[in-house]
Structure formats: structure tokens, C-alpha cells
Design a protein around this ligand. Structure first.
Ligand SMILES: Cc1cc2nc3c(=O)[nH]c(=O)nc-3n(C[C@H](O)[C@H](O)[C@H](O)COP(=O)(O)O)c2cc1C
Length: 376
């Protein structure tokens, strides 16, 4: 069945189910002769892992990878680059009682309607474990983007009704210093308390992740269907549990007037130098007409409360008979702390794809072109 691949020039295909033998990703289109920083990739993966704090699913997976193709003597070959992750802590016991019933707001009913046969263990292919391949590919993309001067950081901006102050500047270390990945310390403490309290009631809660890419030059993005913001929207809404997407001012812009919303152009170059066009405000979120304008690219993603709650719930079984379930097992009470690296990865995949389409490839080797030995 199609639908497992994303991107055009840097095309990723993820594979695997939550409790199958292994998961992973194939990257088709990664430039050749790139010295990947494997520890950097491991560090990005560690941020997505379950079991990293008391606020997330306690499943214990080391998430160690094998690179089974496309990499030789420390450098990419330009051939399909494949990361493989073997599942080691796949315990399906708590899913057996749910084998023939549909968890409300999870993907069991729809997968069955689509395929007629599904892997009921741990959500199968619909599990957020699938995103491990996205984060591995995103880590490669991030290393390529850094060579182009682009950095991406995401953070938790809301959990339930608790909203963080919008930061002028934000970096990954500040985000990671908080277990909820919120750079506003006072909001972070309230978010943490809220997640703990919701979890003690066997319930779950939603939240918002915001992300910013600095250093994106003007001119990335393709009209008409491959607009940068359209691709970012598709990328973000493909993340499990993502329910809303905003580019720049997003839905708040609908309540504004043009006189307040317009981003005035300014030239920030010194007199006599080539013009450097920027905007005074950034309601456009760095994208106009689907093409980057040189300002930071800003987005937000809304995540719903996790479907699996530890409370009795009404549902039906495969034959349509009414049933009551009370799920158990290892679940996230709130996905947003773990969604931060996934949002960053998906943003990196969109940006590297558009960079390559715009002819802004990183150092390495392009066919018929100039060969370098630079790392990224
Ligand atoms: C990082 C992350 C962790 C998640 N953890 C869980 C979980 O523990 N239990 C659960 O029921 N859903 C979890 N989800 C959400 C489900 O995968 C998702 O709701 C399900 O596949 C249905 O898809 P939909 O919500 O996009 O419609 C998680 C999502 C993300 C992004």
C-alpha cells in the first residue's frame, strides 16, 4: 500500500510496526560523500525515546541502529541510506485483551476498514514508534542543513490551558533543560504538574509544539502545490496525534487587520552594500507565496490528548457488539515532550528537500559536479 514515503529530492520511506522485528527508514537522494556525525544522530534519537523521563511512556528501548546500506568508510555513498532499529522491549501482553475491540480515537477501526487485516500489537504501524525512522532521517537532514547555515529548534508552547511566553530567542539546550521541553520555567513547572495530575487520574492531555528555523535564505519553496508552508503542513499533520497546524500568525491572523498584520520590508544592509531585505515583523512566518523570504520560518502544531486512557470506555468489538475496555500498559500521558524532536525532524526533511530543489545542496558530491571531502 502506498503512502509510506515523503519528499522528492531527499525522499524518505519508513517501515516497520511497533511490535514487529524491526523498524527503520530508507533515504533515497542523500548527497554522496557526506561524513555523518553518528553520535549526533544518536543524540537526536535519544530525545524521541520512550522511558527518558517520568512524564512519558516507560517502554525501554535503547533505539540503537544499524546502517545497512548507503554508508561506507564513514561517508555516504549517494545510494539508498538505510537505518534499521530492532525492537527489543516489545511486550504485547497488555494488547491481547484489545485484539478484537477498537480503542476509541485510536487507529484500529480505520486500519481494519482499510486493510482488512492489522497488527494489533502496540498500535502496529499507527504507533508513534514509526517516527523513529523520521527522526533518524531528520538527523541526517539537520546535519546537511547546518552546513547551509540553517538551524531548527522546537519547543512545547502549551499543555492543556497552560501557555508559555513566546520566546524571542530559544536554543535546544534551554528546551532540553526542562522535562516537558518548555523554555519558560514558570509555565514548564505548571505543565509538569498538570501532566502528573492528569496521569494520576488515568487520563491524558493535549498540547502545542512550536518550531522555528533560523538561517533559511529567501527563495526556497516551489509553487503551487509544493509551497513551503503547504509541505510543512503535510509533514506535521502526518505525525501521529497531530490535529492542527499553523504557519506564522496562523489562526490568530484571522482576527487581525491588514494594517497590523502586514510585514513591512526593510533593508538591513550597511549603506553602499548589497541590499539585505528583511521584514520588521514576521506574521508571515518566513513564507510568502509558498517561498521563504529570509525571515525565520515559524510554525505550530496542535496535538490531541493520547487516545489510550486508563479509565473504562465504551466501544464496540469487531462484530459490532458493545464492549467496555479499560486499557493498561505503557502509554504517554501527553505526547508533546516527545513530539518536539519529531516536529524538528519533519521540518528538517521539508527544508532539505526544498534546498536541494532550489539547487542549494550541501558539500559533498553532486553527479558531474565538484567533489569535496567536507563533513557536515
Ligand atoms: C510521541 C508520540 C507518542 C504517542 N504515544 C501514544 C501512546 O502512548 N498511546 C496512544 O494511544 N497513542 C499515542 N500516540 C498517538 C497515536 O499514535 C495516534 O493517536 C494514533 O496513531 C491515531 O492517529 P491520530 O491520532 O493521528 O488519528 C503518540 C503519538 C506521538 C507523536
Amino acid at each position: 500500500m502506498p503512502g509510506n514515503s515523503f519528499g522528492t529530492h531527499f525522499r524518505v520511506t519508513t517501515f516497520g510496526e511497533s511490535h514487529g522485528a524491526a523498524l527503520g527508514v530508507v533515504i533515497d537522494g542523500c548527497p554522496a560523500n557526506i561524513a555523518l556525525d553518528l553520535d549526533g544522530i544518536r543524540a537526536d534519537l535519544a530525545r524521541r525515546r520512550p522511558g527518558q523521563s517520568a512524564l512519558v511512556s516507560p517502554r525501554k528501548e535503547a533505539d540503537e541502529f544499524e546502517i545497512v546500506s548507503g554508508f561506507f568508510e564513514g561517508r555516504t555513498l549517494g545510494t539508498p541510506l538505510t537505518f534499521l532499529f530492532r525492537n527489543v522491549d516489545a511486550d504485547d501482553r497488555t494488547y491481547r485483551p484489545l485484539k478484537d475491540v477498537y480503542r476509541p480515537s485510536h487507529a484500529e477501526y480505520t486500519y481494519e476498514a482499510r486493510y482488512g487485516h492489522r497488527d494489533w500489537r502496540g498500535g502496529g504501524r499507527a504507533s508513534a514508534r514509526e517516527t523513529i525512522g523520521r527522526v533518524a532521517a531528520g538527523a541526517v537532514a539537520r546535519q546537511l542543513l547546518e552546513e547551509l547555515g540553517v538551524t531548527i529548534v522546537a519547543w512545547v508552547s502549551a499543555v492543556g490551558d497552560v501557555e508559555a511566553a513566546h520566546p524571542e530567542t530559544v536554543d535546544r539546550d534551554t528546551v532540553d533543560a526542562s522535562p516537558v521541553r518548555c523554555p519558560d520555567p514558570s509555565a514548564a513547572a505548571q505543565m509538569e504538574a498538570l501532566i502528573r495530575s492528569v496521569r494520576s487520574e488515568g487520563d491524558t492531555i493535549g498540547g502545542v509544539v512550536r518550531a522555528r528555523a533560523n538561517g533559511v535564505p529567501a527563495g526556497w519553496g516551489e509553487p503551487v502545490f509544493d509551497k513551503m508552508d503547504a509541505l510543512l503542513g503535510m509533514a506535521m499533520l502526518s505525525i501521529p496525534a497531530a490535529k492542527g497546524f499553523e504557519s506564522g500568525s496562523g489562526f490568530a491572523g484571522a482576527r487581525m487587520r491588514g494594517s497590523a498584520h502586514n510585514d513591512a520590508f526593510i533593508n538591513v544592509a550597511a549603506p553602499g552594500e548589497d541590499p539585505q531585505i528583511r521584514t520588521q515583523t514576521n506574521h508571515s512566518g518566513g513564507v510568502q507565496g509558498g517561498i521563504s523570504n529570509g525571515m525565520p520560518v515559524e510554525i505550530a502544531v496542535a496535538f490531541k490528548p493520547v487516545a489510550t486512557i486508563f479509565q473504562p470506555q465504551q466501544t464496540v468489538d469487531r462484530s459490532g457488539e458493545a464492549a467496555t475496555i479499560e486499557p493498561r500498559g505503557r502509554h504517554d500521558p501527553c505526547v508533546v515532550p516527545r513530539a518536539v524532536p519529531i516536529v524538528e525532524a519533519m521540518m528538517a526533511l521539508v527544508l532539505i528537500d526544498l534546498a536541494l530543489q532550489a539547487g542549494h545542496g550541501p558539500g559533498g558530491h553532486s553527479p558531474g559536479g565538484h567533489r569535496t571531502s567536507r563533513g557536515v
